[in-house]
Write a protein that binds this ligand. Sequence first.
Ligand code: GTP
Length: 559
Amino acid sequence: MEHAAQLGAVDCLQQCRRVPAAGRSAWARPRQPLFTLHGHRRRLAVRAQAEAGSNGVSGLHLQQQAAVLEQQQRQTHTQHEEDQPGVWTKFVAETLLPTKLGKFRLRGYRHTVDGGRTYTEPSVIISGSPEGLSDVAVRVHDACFTSEVLGSMKCDCREQLELSMQFIRDQPPGMVIYLQQEGRGIGLANKIAAYALQEKGLDTVDANRALGLPDDCREYSAVRHILADLGVSSIRLMTNNPRKLSELASLGITVTGRIPCQVQAQEHNAAYLSSKHRRMSHILNPSMYSDTEDEAEPLQGQFCFWDHEGEPSSAGIPLEAPVPLPEGLDAVGSRPGSILDKVASTISDIASSVGRATIAPGSSSSSSSPDSSPASAANAASVAPPRGGGSSLAGSCGSGSSLDFDDVDDEINQAVSSPASISVANAGAGSSSVTADAGASSGDVGAGIDPGSACVGNAAAGISQGLDGGSSASVGAAEVGTSPISDSGSSGGSSYVSSAGDSGGSSSGAADFGGSGGSDHGSSGGFDFGGGSDFGGGSDFGGGSDFGGGSDSGGGSDW
Ligand SMILES: Nc1nc2c(ncn2[C@@H]2O[C@H](COP(=O)(O)OP(=O)(O)OP(=O)(O)O)[C@@H](O)[C@H]2O)c(=O)[nH]1
């Protein structure tokens, strides 16, 4: 819990996004990076030699070249030329942090996408010295207050965080970039509202949509800045999420491989994981969350992105006074009618319980005819972004800024084939291969697996068998296919797909990460919720009382 509390403190800062202008100058001053420059400078010098022809520093002494490069790095870490105005990330400080999972470096940053009007505070958990290196193992992790602080079992976020910390601890150098993008960017309160709808049977995607919120509105420009700050030229990304791969690639980040980051499901998050697999094309092995083979559904709908001129546009639970909608636009704008039709009746039943009186599909007339109650009218009529700002839902979710995930393969392939957006490989043996991970049934959207870090367990479950040179190859892994993936926990390399335990309600069922070299971090690694013990003695919250008779995630049950 100590560990959770530390991360939780970071997470809680999300609630304080608005930093008064007066406070800005305190951190706006340029600061020297605190990491040791010696080794870094040496690495830069080596790089300087390699790059001497192209960077304008070739006439200088080696050390001077290194200094120039370092200076260039420092300049670019605040803002990239590709960034829209007002997008930058500032390094603030670094400290050492002992945690239950080991000792890490912790670096703090401040990040803005609106010229300093609002901030988030990304942090980076570092093992070893990734400065100046390539192919660094990186987890880009988004805040989840409910699991990381409160120990919620409805998702897999906390387990993934700990899994990745264990990975970088065991195989340094590596880093976890922790971003304050709660609820896939919709914010904590909206996520709670989405949970309220999930209690009634909607899945994680439809709940967001029912609130008029995007499926995912995270933005990752801070990642690029942080990598530049540390001089990390390419990464192996620990993720199951193809969108994250394509998003980072489209920012110009060089992703040379994917390290799967899957944890064993338990009864409270099995349906959630299934939804992520089916609805959002997460590369998950169904055997980790289901007894039955779970076919991936073609993705419907759109993902909405920040346009960086405002905030993620959304409806959700209004923050402030209602903003009148443009004429002809109802509360959910141009959301696809079919999806919302499906859930509209459920929502109207429960809308009042989540503070939103009327939510209606685009095709429905109910939302555009205001409810007579003041609260309903106000809520239904407003489109308030979760983080301030003011662009409209329709604006952000329109064709210009949305990604049609009907064919996510194309999207990723596009990123790969575009020289500007991603470079594949350059990382040793087999570097020219671009390999698909076809392990899970949606695996053709994935990047290759890097067996060098063997972050794939449970070979029998099929992830390791999915390596091929498929035409849907995406973000390539340099070393894919050069060695077998080991079975979880049983052989040499660390396995970072958790495969432990039963899924019968014990929180420790998700606690075993397979172990490094066969050892089990789960039991001693502080992974159990509640400071080493299961909730309710290993079964359910509340000492035996079950959420909805053990089927809350299946929908429709009451707690
Ligand atoms: N809106 C919403 N957000 C959720 C829900 N459950 C977890 N989250 C958030 O989802 C984010 C993590 O995203 P995930 O989709 O789980 O995983 P990911 O980061 O996209 O992909 P991986 O890299 O494979 O973990 C965190 O910010 C959580 O707060 C939910 O039911 N609804």
